[in-house]
Design a protein around this ligand. Sequence first.
Ligand code: FAD
Ligand code: UDP
Length: 374
Amino acid sequence: MKVDWLIVGAGFTGSVLAERLASQLQKKVLIVEQRNHIAGNAYDYYDQYGVLVHKYGPHIFHTNMKLVWKYLSQFTDWYHYHHQVLGVVDGKQIPIPFNLNSLYALFPTPYADKLAKKLVENYGFNVKIPILKIKETAKSNDLKFLANYIYENVFHNYTLKQWNLKPEELAPFVTARVPVYISRDNRYFQDPYQGLPQLGYTHLFQRLLNHRNIKLMLNTSYQEVMADIQYEKMVFTGPIDEFFQHQYGKLPYRSLDFKFFHTKQDYKQTVATINYPNDYDYTRITEFKYLTGQQTIGSSYIEEYPQIHEYGKNTPYYPIPKEEHRILYKKYATEAEKLNERVLFAGRLADYQYYNMDQAVARALNLFEKISAM
Ligand code: FAD
Ligand code: UDP
């Protein structure tokens, strides 16, 4: 078989690049995907109860990049949804990210008033501050107490569960994804564009890939077909260390085990996601119908259990953001450069970057711009 571009992986990165190359440059593209479906980790399907669920954990689309939103909007309408999360702390369900409402949910009002005043005086209102930053900068005893309280009750144990590392052992941006928010806004994200594809992610991907120049092989790893396919160029979106046969050692990833459940109750929770920083082995439970707006009898939900990643045994979901891993990644990136752009690497696993979906799309669109200019 002869194609212009071979693309490995049918997630956001691979599929957006395939769509652009096929529709804008009229290139013949073949995508090989080792799983039995498209959409990568964003894959969704209807379970046996007719509920639209996300196979690889809850995926909520949010972005401040208008370009990305506009691009995807060519392939989907949106269910306009703003994500809300509660965390169980001291037996109470409090808004996450921790905000002024969380403060009042936990402490007697006079003390919450005092802490809120100090927060606003020291940092301002409608400001987001990473917990590690508050811990570092808190001067008064009250703010020191609050910083330690939030660190211990919201971040420390959750992060140990999720990463098997303490917050300060990871790159600071990880816990800064969920900063303390000095406001009354209970939403998880404040991005101007938020929502879920109206008919689901898989449907969005079907539309992305529905082009006569795009061929797709599912259940196929690129290692199986490499020798049989003639291609001008390749985009690889799998793990970069796997591509180079782990010649410098394995890049560490974090994996997850997902457990799905269904209840006959209309709703199990009062919001989409409840985080359990301090209890149980799972980190969070998410109820899908909140995300999708689907009206169903009964409700399906998912528990997420973090796992060590073992090559060949489970799926690498999260690159582990730590300086020493970045150094190892750089060795592979240097090998990648030696391939003189015949093979391009992009995506969460190939760039070894903790991308959200919008960042994966932006990365693919930027790479396409570079390819077009070559
Ligand atoms: P992937 O989606 O991982 O796609 C890569 C594809 O390549 C996979 O399908 C894989 O099977 C295939 N592949 C790998 N190696 C080979 C090979 N050798 N041969 C053939 N095929 C191969 N982002 C958000 O914006 N919002 C969220 O709420 C959100 N929630 C998330 C929750 C979880 C639990 C996880 C794990 C991620 C979440 N993300 C979320 C991140 C999102 O999943 C990623 O940004 C996105 O999937 C990245 O797309 P990608 O194409 O780079 O990678
Ligand atoms: N985090 C935490 N407690 C929470 C929520 C998040 O400690 O209640 C930390 C944890 O380290 C987590 C990180 O913040 O891995 C990022 O959280 P996010 O919800 O963005 O993770 P993702 O959805 O990517 O798994």
